[in-house]
Design a protein around this ligand. Structure first.
Ligand SMILES: [Zn+2]
Ligand SMILES: [Zn+2]
Length: 234
Protein backbone atom coordinates (compact mmCIF):
# COMPACT_ATOMS: atom_id res chain seq x y z
CA UNK A 1 0.00 0.00 0.00
CA UNK A 2 1.35 3.38 -0.95
CA UNK A 3 -0.25 4.88 2.20
CA UNK A 4 1.97 2.85 4.50
CA UNK A 5 4.73 5.42 4.96
CA UNK A 6 2.09 7.72 6.43
CA UNK A 7 0.74 5.16 8.91
CA UNK A 8 3.18 6.09 11.68
CA UNK A 9 2.73 9.88 11.66
CA UNK A 10 -1.06 9.52 11.40
CA UNK A 11 -1.23 7.05 14.29
CA UNK A 12 1.17 9.12 16.39
CA UNK A 13 -0.88 12.31 16.03
CA UNK A 14 -4.14 10.49 16.80
CA UNK A 15 -2.59 8.84 19.88
CA UNK A 16 -1.24 12.19 21.09
CA UNK A 17 -4.66 13.87 20.97
CA UNK A 18 -6.34 10.77 22.43
CA UNK A 19 -3.98 10.83 25.44
CA UNK A 20 -3.96 14.61 25.91
CA UNK A 21 -7.12 16.38 24.74
CA UNK A 22 -5.37 19.76 24.88
CA UNK A 23 -3.41 18.68 21.76
CA UNK A 24 -6.60 19.44 19.78
CA UNK A 25 -7.05 18.55 16.12
CA UNK A 26 -4.69 15.68 15.13
CA UNK A 27 -4.47 16.86 11.51
CA UNK A 28 -3.28 20.26 12.74
CA UNK A 29 -0.53 18.43 14.65
CA UNK A 30 0.50 16.60 11.45
CA UNK A 31 0.42 19.85 9.51
CA UNK A 32 2.56 21.62 12.12
CA UNK A 33 5.19 18.88 11.89
CA UNK A 34 5.13 18.95 8.07
CA UNK A 35 5.48 22.72 8.11
CA UNK A 36 8.43 22.63 10.48
CA UNK A 37 10.16 19.92 8.43
CA UNK A 38 9.71 21.81 5.17
CA UNK A 39 10.92 25.10 6.67
CA UNK A 40 13.98 23.37 8.17
CA UNK A 41 14.78 21.76 4.81
CA UNK A 42 14.29 24.84 2.69
CA UNK A 43 16.36 27.06 4.96
CA UNK A 44 18.96 24.29 5.28
CA UNK A 45 19.87 21.18 3.33
CA UNK A 46 17.73 21.58 0.22
CA UNK A 47 18.12 25.33 -0.27
CA UNK A 48 21.03 25.03 -2.69
CA UNK A 49 19.77 21.97 -4.58
CA UNK A 50 19.28 22.97 -8.24
CA UNK A 51 16.02 21.05 -8.81
CA UNK A 52 14.49 22.61 -5.70
CA UNK A 53 15.74 26.06 -6.69
CA UNK A 54 13.87 25.70 -9.98
CA UNK A 55 10.68 25.17 -7.97
CA UNK A 56 11.23 28.01 -5.49
CA UNK A 57 12.08 30.34 -8.37
CA UNK A 58 8.79 29.48 -10.00
CA UNK A 59 6.49 29.21 -6.95
CA UNK A 60 7.94 31.62 -4.39
CA UNK A 61 6.44 31.59 -0.88
CA UNK A 62 3.29 32.94 0.80
CA UNK A 63 3.59 35.78 3.32
CA UNK A 64 3.19 33.48 6.33
CA UNK A 65 6.06 31.26 5.21
CA UNK A 66 8.37 34.16 4.28
CA UNK A 67 7.75 35.54 7.77
CA UNK A 68 8.52 32.19 9.38
CA UNK A 69 11.66 31.72 7.28
CA UNK A 70 12.91 35.16 8.27
CA UNK A 71 12.68 34.21 11.94
CA UNK A 72 15.06 31.35 11.26
CA UNK A 73 18.79 31.61 10.68
CA UNK A 74 20.47 31.67 7.26
CA UNK A 75 19.53 35.09 5.94
CA UNK A 76 22.15 34.81 3.18
CA UNK A 77 20.52 31.61 1.94
CA UNK A 78 17.13 33.35 1.83
CA UNK A 79 18.66 36.29 -0.03
CA UNK A 80 20.17 33.93 -2.64
CA UNK A 81 16.78 32.29 -3.13
CA UNK A 82 15.15 35.71 -3.45
CA UNK A 83 17.78 36.83 -5.97
CA UNK A 84 16.97 34.09 -8.47
CA UNK A 85 13.23 34.22 -7.69
CA UNK A 86 13.13 37.96 -8.42
CA UNK A 87 14.86 37.30 -11.77
CA UNK A 88 11.99 35.02 -12.69
CA UNK A 89 9.39 37.48 -11.34
CA UNK A 90 10.90 40.19 -13.57
CA UNK A 91 9.99 38.05 -16.58
CA UNK A 92 6.39 37.81 -15.38
CA UNK A 93 6.05 41.56 -14.69
CA UNK A 94 7.19 42.56 -18.14
CA UNK A 95 6.19 39.54 -20.19
CA UNK A 96 7.51 39.70 -23.74
CA UNK A 97 6.72 37.68 -26.85
CA UNK A 98 3.68 36.77 -28.86
CA UNK A 99 1.21 35.73 -26.12
CA UNK A 100 1.26 39.07 -24.26
CA UNK A 101 0.63 40.85 -27.57
CA UNK A 102 -2.28 38.57 -28.43
CA UNK A 103 -3.87 38.84 -24.99
CA UNK A 104 -3.70 42.62 -24.77
CA UNK A 105 -1.55 44.92 -22.64
CA UNK A 106 -1.04 43.68 -19.09
CA UNK A 107 -3.32 40.66 -19.38
CA UNK A 108 -0.58 38.03 -19.63
CA UNK A 109 1.27 39.68 -16.74
CA UNK A 110 -1.88 39.65 -14.58
CA UNK A 111 -2.49 36.00 -15.34
CA UNK A 112 0.99 34.86 -14.36
CA UNK A 113 1.11 37.18 -11.32
CA UNK A 114 -2.20 35.80 -10.08
CA UNK A 115 -0.77 32.30 -10.37
CA UNK A 116 2.28 33.43 -8.43
CA UNK A 117 0.13 34.91 -5.63
CA UNK A 118 -1.60 31.57 -5.20
CA UNK A 119 1.56 29.47 -5.10
CA UNK A 120 3.98 28.78 -2.25
CA UNK A 121 6.70 26.15 -2.28
CA UNK A 122 6.18 25.24 1.42
CA UNK A 123 2.35 25.22 1.21
CA UNK A 124 2.64 22.99 -1.86
CA UNK A 125 4.87 20.48 -0.09
CA UNK A 126 2.62 20.42 3.00
CA UNK A 127 -0.44 19.89 0.81
CA UNK A 128 1.24 17.01 -1.02
CA UNK A 129 1.81 15.12 2.24
CA UNK A 130 -1.35 16.06 4.17
CA UNK A 131 -3.42 14.83 1.22
CA UNK A 132 -1.77 11.40 1.61
CA UNK A 133 -2.30 11.54 5.39
CA UNK A 134 -6.04 12.06 4.97
CA UNK A 135 -6.11 9.10 2.58
CA UNK A 136 -4.15 7.08 5.10
CA UNK A 137 -6.45 8.02 8.01
CA UNK A 138 -9.49 6.99 5.97
CA UNK A 139 -7.78 3.73 5.00
CA UNK A 140 -6.85 3.01 8.63
CA UNK A 141 -10.37 3.77 9.84
CA UNK A 142 -11.73 1.18 7.42
CA UNK A 143 -9.08 -1.48 7.98
CA UNK A 144 -7.91 -1.19 11.61
CA UNK A 145 -10.41 -1.47 14.50
CA UNK A 146 -7.83 0.06 16.86
CA UNK A 147 -7.73 3.18 14.73
CA UNK A 148 -11.52 3.45 14.93
CA UNK A 149 -11.20 3.55 18.70
CA UNK A 150 -8.47 6.19 18.44
CA UNK A 151 -10.71 8.27 16.20
CA UNK A 152 -13.61 8.04 18.64
CA UNK A 153 -11.31 9.29 21.40
CA UNK A 154 -10.31 12.51 19.56
CA UNK A 155 -11.21 15.80 21.27
CA UNK A 156 -12.37 17.36 17.95
CA UNK A 157 -11.23 18.15 14.42
CA UNK A 158 -10.82 21.79 13.40
CA UNK A 159 -13.50 22.73 10.86
CA UNK A 160 -11.29 22.77 7.72
CA UNK A 161 -9.84 19.36 8.62
CA UNK A 162 -13.23 17.99 9.67
CA UNK A 163 -14.59 18.90 6.24
CA UNK A 164 -11.64 17.29 4.48
CA UNK A 165 -11.76 14.13 6.59
CA UNK A 166 -15.42 13.68 5.62
CA UNK A 167 -14.79 14.42 1.95
CA UNK A 168 -11.96 11.90 1.69
CA UNK A 169 -14.02 9.29 3.54
CA UNK A 170 -17.00 9.88 1.28
CA UNK A 171 -14.78 9.48 -1.76
CA UNK A 172 -12.82 6.40 -0.62
CA UNK A 173 -14.92 4.38 1.83
CA UNK A 174 -17.52 1.74 1.20
CA UNK A 175 -20.98 3.21 1.69
CA UNK A 176 -21.76 1.15 4.80
CA UNK A 177 -18.47 2.11 6.46
CA UNK A 178 -18.92 5.72 5.50
CA UNK A 179 -22.27 5.90 7.29
CA UNK A 180 -20.70 4.58 10.51
CA UNK A 181 -17.70 6.87 10.08
CA UNK A 182 -19.88 9.93 9.58
CA UNK A 183 -21.98 9.12 12.62
CA UNK A 184 -18.85 8.76 14.74
CA UNK A 185 -16.98 11.91 13.66
CA UNK A 186 -20.04 14.16 13.47
CA UNK A 187 -20.87 13.10 17.02
CA UNK A 188 -17.38 14.14 18.20
CA UNK A 189 -17.76 17.45 16.41
CA UNK A 190 -21.23 18.23 17.76
CA UNK A 191 -20.27 17.39 21.34
CA UNK A 192 -17.21 19.61 21.19
CA UNK A 193 -19.11 22.45 19.56
CA UNK A 194 -21.81 22.33 22.24
CA UNK A 195 -19.20 22.52 25.02
CA UNK A 196 -17.23 25.22 23.20
CA UNK A 197 -20.31 27.41 22.77
CA UNK A 198 -21.07 27.11 26.48
CA UNK A 199 -17.48 28.04 27.33
CA UNK A 200 -17.53 31.10 25.08
CA UNK A 201 -20.89 32.20 26.54
CA UNK A 202 -19.53 31.79 30.06
CA UNK A 203 -16.46 33.81 29.05
CA UNK A 204 -18.78 36.63 27.93
CA UNK A 205 -20.84 36.42 31.14
CA UNK A 206 -17.71 36.77 33.25
CA UNK A 207 -17.46 40.39 32.05
CA UNK A 208 -20.84 41.10 33.66
CA UNK A 209 -20.35 42.33 37.26
CA UNK A 210 -23.03 39.92 38.47
CA UNK A 211 -20.80 36.99 37.52
CA UNK A 212 -17.53 38.53 38.64
CA UNK A 213 -17.22 36.26 41.68
CA UNK A 214 -18.18 33.09 39.84
CA UNK A 215 -15.40 30.69 38.80
CA UNK A 216 -14.10 30.67 35.21
CA UNK A 217 -14.66 26.92 34.85
CA UNK A 218 -13.36 25.85 31.44
CA UNK A 219 -13.73 29.22 29.75
CA UNK A 220 -10.43 31.04 30.37
CA UNK A 221 -8.96 29.99 27.00
CA UNK A 222 -12.33 29.79 25.22
CA UNK A 223 -11.40 32.43 22.62
CA UNK A 224 -8.15 30.68 21.66
CA UNK A 225 -9.90 27.32 21.49
CA UNK A 226 -12.73 28.76 19.40
CA UNK A 227 -10.37 30.22 16.79
CA UNK A 228 -8.32 26.98 16.70
CA UNK A 229 -11.58 25.11 16.13
CA UNK A 230 -12.81 27.46 13.42
CA UNK A 231 -9.63 27.92 11.39
CA UNK A 232 -7.15 25.30 12.59
CA UNK A 233 -3.77 26.05 14.11
CA UNK A 234 -1.61 26.08 10.98
ZN1 LIG B 1 -6.97 20.81 12.12
ZN1 LIG C 1 2.96 28.98 2.28
Amino acid sequence: MKEQIYTIPVNTAFEKSRDDKSCGCPFCTMQEILQKNELDLITGASMMEPDIRIKTNEQGFCKKHYDMMLLMKNRLGIALMLESHLDEVAGKVSAKGLMPMLKGKGNAACESLKKLEESCYVCGKIEFHIDKMFECAVFLWESDPEFRKKTEAQPFFCLPHYRRFIEYAKRDMQKKNYDDFYKSVSNIENCYLTALREDVSWFCKKFDYRYADEPWYNSKDAIERATAFLNGRV
